[in-house]
Design a protein around this ligand. Structure first.
Ligand SMILES: Cc1cc2nc3c(=O)[nH]c(=O)nc-3n(C[C@H](O)[C@H](O)[C@H](O)COP(=O)(O)O)c2cc1C
Length: 203
């Protein structure tokens, strides 16, 4: 089993909710699957650039042999190949301004490439990826239900883009309302941890 583990929190491992939970999930999956291997991408420590003209050019088939674009092309290839190879994708992401951190959006822009991770048919778009994804999310407020649910562009967006790319088997685990006080923070982490225990056993 190949796991691609991604973290996008700008907080350090000791304080980040999503880093702690995503690593707990990966650890538990590994405990159930001795053969599991992990590719880890810390999108904050090792940031990807925004997609610019050079990157767009590197993706074009007519530039496949341009030596000046080789480094950029190789990076794109590595990112896409490690995502394609993954049986299990684990994304740890906080909510930043109602959606994904820009570091995670940059990764999404790098791996969502027509002809590689999705294609177009006469019937419309078709995802080319398979496998399972776990979204380990955290937010200061509560968005899974209640008055702010319409502002959730984190879980809804990540689920939409992964489905678009072909990954329809998605489990979303949230530690939310962590800004509502220490008690709620602890309860949210406890509940997320329990969910992680349950889903990891079923992988
Ligand atoms: C730049 C920034 C933007 C944030 N935006 C939101 C937001 O829109 N809604 C919200 O509920 N919490 C927001 N938060 C709070 C985080 O989502 C929350 O603290 C979360 O637990 C962070 O996860 P982490 O501990 O893994 O970094 C924001 C935090 C930061 C640093």
């Amino acid at each position: 089993m190949k796991i691609l583990h991604i973290d996008a929190s700008a907080s350090a491992a000791e304080t980040s909710h999503t880093r702690r939970l995503s690593s707990e999930l990966v650890g538990r999956i590994k405990a159930h699957h001795a053969d599991a291997t992990v590719v880890y991408r810390d999108l904050v420590a090792d940031q990807l650039p925004h997609v610019d003209m050079t990157i767009r050019h590197a993706w074009l088939p007519e530039n496949a042999d341009d030596p000046l674009l080789a480094k950029t092309r190789d990076r794109s290839k590595t990112l896409v190949e490690e995502l394609k190879a993954a049986d299990v994708l684990v994304i740890g992401s906080p909510m930043y301004n109602f959606t994904v951190p820009s570091t995670l959006k940059a990764w999404i822009d790098h791996v969502s490439i027509a002809g590689q991770t999705f294609g177009y048919t006469a019937e419309g778009p078709r995802g080319l990826l398979t496998g399972k994804a776990y979204l380990v999310l955290s937010s200061g407020g509560v968005y899974s239900q209640g008055p702010f649910a319409a502002n959730d562009h984190l879980a809804t967006y990540l689920e939409a883009i992964l489905r678009f790319l072909g990954i329809s088997d998605i489990e979303t685990i949230r530690a939310e309302g962590i800004a509502y006080g220490a008690e709620q923070d602890q309860a949210a982490m406890q509940s997320a941890s329990e969910q992680i225990g349950a889903v990891a056993a079923a992988v």
